[in-house]
Design a protein around this ligand. Structure first.
Ligand SMILES: CC(=O)N[C@H]1[C@@H](OP(=O)(O)OP(=O)(O)OC[C@H]2O[C@@H](n3ccc(=O)[nH]c3=O)[C@H](O)[C@@H]2O)O[C@H](CO)[C@@H](O)[C@@H]1O[C@H](C)C(=O)N[C@@H](C)C(=O)N[C@H](CCC(=O)N[C@@H](CCC[C@@H](N)C(=O)O)C(=O)O)C(=O)O
Ligand SMILES: Nc1ncnc2c1ncn2[C@@H]1O[C@H](COP(=O)(O)OP(=O)(O)OP(=O)(O)O)[C@@H](O)[C@H]1O
Ligand SMILES: C[C@@H](N)C(=O)N[C@H](C)C(=O)O
Length: 455
């Protein structure tokens, strides 16, 4: 494992060493509760805490700290570096580590499917390369540098998810991660509170074009495709409906997976099996295949990388519970991903289709109409029962044509669902992160006597 050297930290941050003892660190940590032996603590200010207040705790296991407020007291045996801004220093260290390494960096942006696509890319490229990827959903100005700082030094590829909720977010992350190749999954209405318009969502996601030589984009998202026109590098497209460089044909969607044939630009064809369900995951897999093709992976490696991926918890998980089929898509929600999830509900409908839908948050002035449009279209599409969770869904629920229930929160929705759900039903559970829709599932698994399940 590669050690971080004090010299490099000082060079990257321009910091002043207040006290020098340890000169090597096993990594960076921002949390005194989880810091590992020998790590360097970066004291950040957050919404609830100021990391500087946990310096003593952090230094019990940590070997030193980076601070932007001079601490009182003596920290024997530990190293202290003073900087003007600790968050910026975290980013500076990560940038320096990335620049000093000869790795291919794949950056993944877009409204929906970034985490899943990042994991699929890592699974495929991992068939040949040593891959560092961002963990879970750590996709912002803190999470991305933190993940990069975990580089061991022998990686040949990094796959970095980049999240945004306002203009400039992707540029900031690219300035740290310096991607060589980009994937933009799609552009849709999300975080409109911060962005203001769909144009601004697209402009922000495409900030990555200022950095990369190659971009891989979804050819079936015409609004996205339009935005890539004029890109001076290489554009690789993937898709199912429109003409694209990497395309899928003979798509068969099953309950818990999919089989399809990928057609590559070299005219080779590859039939692949996916263990995750839904047409959106065919798109995510195509994105991964297009990157793998660009990076010269063998077709067999692409096949096994896709087939061995088992999905990300809380994203379109299909489970059997008490004889019902439950689609647990509880991680987040916006109009585009709701649309896709409702399609899945109808596709997998066996007897009754029950939609347990929580508010879609952060949509700004578009919020009310987005909820109304979604709910109004449910029963014509075949949804039989709606459980509306949260203020906005409840307000919109009068648009629903079938039997409806209203719930204050996900816990209450879980109780309603466990009362009405019967064998043969197909259930979709989805809402924004703040709605904690996983609680619905906890309610029904308890009622079914299944006990706790991992989500
Ligand atoms: C800094 C941090 O990670 N905070 C997380 C922590 O919060 P907590 O309340 O505990 O602490 P504070 O942040 O107030 O504390 C400040 C520091 O003090 C440390 N500390 C505290 C107590 C203690 O006893 N000891 C300590 O050392 C503390 O560790 C801090 O360093 O826990 C919360 C609950 O779990 C987390 O919500 C909070 O996470 C913050 C928000 C965060 O940004 N974390 C990143 C590591 C991250 O990547 N998180 C992702 C979420 C990313 C996300 O929402 N992305 C958006 C896109 C936005 C991108 C854009 N803004 C950009 O800049 O590009 C998206 O829409 O996807 C994650 O958690 O999944
Ligand atoms: N290609 C896609 N197109 C549309 N919706 C998708 C796609 N892939 C996944 N989704 C939907 O988006 C949800 C979140 O998936 P994922 O976490 O991979 O996306 P994300 O972009 O990383 O989200 P976040 O920005 O919150 O991190 C899934 O549960 C699913 O409903
Ligand atoms: C979880 C976060 N990345 C996100 O997507 N937020 C929106 C508002 C959501 O949870 O729906």
């Amino acid at each position: 494992m590669r050690l971080l050297l004090l010299d490099d930290i000082v060079k990257a941050t321009g910091g002043k060493v207040l006290h020098a003892d340890k000169e090597e660190f096993s990594g960076l940590s921002i949390d005194s509760r989880t810091i590992g032996d020998g790590e360097l603590f970066v004291a950040l200010r957050g919404e609830r805490f100021d990391g500087h207040n946990f310096l003593c705790d952090a230094l019990k296991r940590g070997a030193g700290a980076i601070v932007d407020r001079e601490p009182g007291g003596v920290f024997e045996g530990r190293t202290l570096v003073y900087v003007s801004d600790t968050l910026r220093s975290l980013q500076d260290i990560a940038r320096q580590m990335r620049i000093s390494r000869d790795v291919q960096v794949v950056g993944v942006t877009g409204t929906n499917g970034k985490t899943t696509t990042k994991e699929l890319i890592a699974s495929v490229l991992g068939q040949r390369h040593k891959v560092l990827k961002t963990s879970g959903n750590l996709n912002n100005h803190i999470g991305v540098p933190l993940c990069i700082s975990r580089m061991h030094g022998d990686e040949t590829v990094m796959v970095i998810e980049m999240g945004s909720n306002a203009e400039g977010d992707i540029r900031l992350l690219c300035d740290i991660a310096r991607p060589d190749i980009a994937v933009v999954t799609n552009v849709g209405p999300a975080h409109l509170e911060g962005f203001g318009s769909l144009e601004m969502v697209r402009k922000t996601d495409l900030e990555i074009l200022e950095y990369v030589k190659t971009v891989s984009v979804n050819a079936d998202d015409l609004f996205l495709l339009e935005g890539v026109k004029g890109f001076r590098g290489k554009t690789v497209t993937y898709g199912i409906r429109n003409k694209s460089d990497v395309s899928a044909k003979d798509v068969e969607l099953h309950e818990k997976g999919a089989r399809f044939t990928i057609c590559f630009p070299d005219d080779e064809k590859l039939t692949v099996d996916l263990m995750i369900s839904g047409i959106v995951n065919v798109y995510n897999a195509l994105a991964a295949a297009s990157v793998a093709f660009e990076l010269g992976m063998e077709k067999d490696q692409i096949r096994s990388g896709l087939a061995s991926f088992l999905g990300v918890p809380m994203r379109l998980e299909v489970k059997e519970l008490s004889g019902a089929l439950v689609i647990s898509d509880v991680y987040n929600a916006n109009p585009a991903s709701m649309e896709e999830a409702v399609k899945e509900l109808i596709r997998l409908k066996r007897r009754r289709a029950i939609a347990v839908l929580g508010d879609m948050l952060e949509l700004g002035s578009y919020s009310e109409s987005a909820h109304r449009e979604l709910v109004g279209a449910l029963s014509p599409r075949g949804v039989d029962i709606l459980i509306a969770v949260g203020e906005q869904m409840k307000r919109a629920s009068s648009e629903f044509g079938g039997m409806r229930h209203e719930a204050e929160d996900a816990g209450t929705a879980g109780s309603i669902l466990s009362r009405i759900m019967t064998e043969g039903d197909t259930v979709l559970i989805k809402g924004s992160r703040g709605m904690r829709m996983e609680t619905v599932l906890a309610g029904i698994t308890e009622a079914a006597g299944v006990g706790e399940i991992a989500i």
